[in-house]
Design a protein. Structure first.
Length: 131
């Protein structure tokens, strides 16, 4: 986990703040841990502060437009592609998983989910009439 966070502590060139990237990576790692049965650690006070700041940012309604969401998903996709080797190394150091296993079991699934979300986010966010 620490190796994964350290591997992704890079300033991206598309304007994503480092704390936001780390929070997204933290979320992905926690999802992987839940899926693999690894217990969650206690959340540190700095994480509570980060969550509070992200909630405040969400409440500004900046994140609600479909174009914003699509752009963020594309940024996450490019971030994962740019740091693919660092992810392999970090996951190997944390879980002793080979790069091939990591690619097949984690990154392909994640990339396909990102592609699906990019294609469908506008349809998912349309207002629907209650039935």
């Amino acid at each position: 986990m620490l190796a994964l966070q350290n591997a992704l502590k890079v300033e991206s060139n598309f304007g994503v703040q480092q704390s936001q990237v780390c929070a997204e990576v933290e979320f992905l790692v926690m999802a992987l841990r839940r899926r693999s049965g690894i217990m969650r650690r206690r959340i540190s006070p700095s994480m509570h502060t980060l969550v509070k700041k992200q909630r405040e940012y969400f409440d500004t309604n900046t994140t609600k437009s479909v174009a914003f969401r699509v752009e963020r998903l594309k940024q996450l996709r490019s971030l994962l592609k740019e740091n693919q080797q660092a992810l392999y190394e970090a996951i190997y150091s944390d879980y002793k998983k080979s790069s091939f296993d990591c690619f097949v079991t984690e990154l392909i699934v994640l990339n396909s989910d990102l592609e699906l979300a990019i294609r469908k986010v506008s349809a998912w966010s349309r207002k629907r009439r209650p039935r």
